[in-house]
Design a protein around this ligand. Structure first.
Ligand SMILES: [Ca+2]
Ligand SMILES: [Ca+2]
Length: 251
């Protein structure tokens, strides 16, 4: 899955070239030239995107990790290789924030085993006991209502990260209506064998960590975000600690 949005790799060179020509044209002293060299070179994150929009890393805040690294011995097919380093910053237009905070969440499980739906958008991403909502066995979903159409750049979510687990048949969709009948788009699907009946997906299984899972939404327009799962490597149940949707209201 791509983790960047339209980064213009040519822009960095352009800025350097601009700085070099500046240094020549103003015939500055060696000292000033050195000062200019010492100036931080703008990173791709600060470069203007196509269409003149400034791209910056998403303002992601991560919870404390509860375990080190990624376990190698999980017997799960089609499992993503561990990255061994932090996730690369995800770039989106400046001003894009988590628009899911305190928004209404409804679920296929109307009587969760543990917790309640408000905990999914309450801003608590920690893995401590009691921070997760526990939904019943089999395929379950939670649907976040953003309250209005938004331009969505990424969906970031934590099922559970107290111990390493893989959640099965993870599917992330966006739509214009709460029933998911209008303009449904799938952003992520790792249900290879179509066990959940939403269509077979090509994404990989992954181990849950404190980084959560970030799914690229490519600036799509939608009001509703839905996340499915179908049990996990430790038990048949489904859990959600937090769902964040990075976007901005449609102008
Ligand atoms: Ca929470
Ligand atoms: Ca499956």
């Amino acid at each position: 899955m791509h983790q960047t949005v339209g980064t213009d790799t040519g822009t960095g060179k352009g800025v350097e070239g601009y700085m070099n020509s500046m240094a020549v044209s103003v015939s500055v002293s060696a000292f000033t030239a050195l000062m200019m060299l010492a100036m931080p070179v703008p990173t791709a994150a600060q470069a203007p995107a196509a269409g003149g929009q400034k791209l910056v890393p998403l303002p992601i805040v991560l919870p404390q990790p509860m375990f080190e690294g990624t376990p190698q011995n999980m017997k799960v097919p089609n499992l993503e290789k561990p990255r061994y380093k932090a996730r690369d910053p995800f770039l989106a237009p400046a001003g894009v924030v988590n628009v899911a905070r305190r928004k209404k969440v409804v679920s296929s499980d109307v009587a969760p085993v543990m917790g309640d739906m408000s905990m999914i958008t309450d801003g608590d991403r920690t893995a401590e006991e009691g921070s997760e909502v526990e939904l019943g066995p089999g395929r379950q979903q939670v649907t976040v209502d953003l309250g209005a159409m938004h331009e969505i750049y990424a969906v970031l979510f934590w099922h559970f990260h107290r111990t390493p687990r893989v959640y099965f048949d993870v599917v992330v969709q966006i739509a214009d209506d709460q029933a998911f009948t209008r303009n449904v788009r799938t952003l992520f699907n790792n249900d290879h064998d179509n066990a959940s009946g939403l269509g077979a997906g090509k994404d990989m299984n992954y181990v849950e960590t404190s980084e959560g899972r970030l799914v690229d939404a490519k600036g799509s327009l939608a009001r509703y975000v839905r996340l499915y799962s179908n049990g996990n490597s430790a038990n048949e149940l489904n859990h959600y600690i937090e769902v964040e949707v990075f976007g901005r209201p449609v102008k």
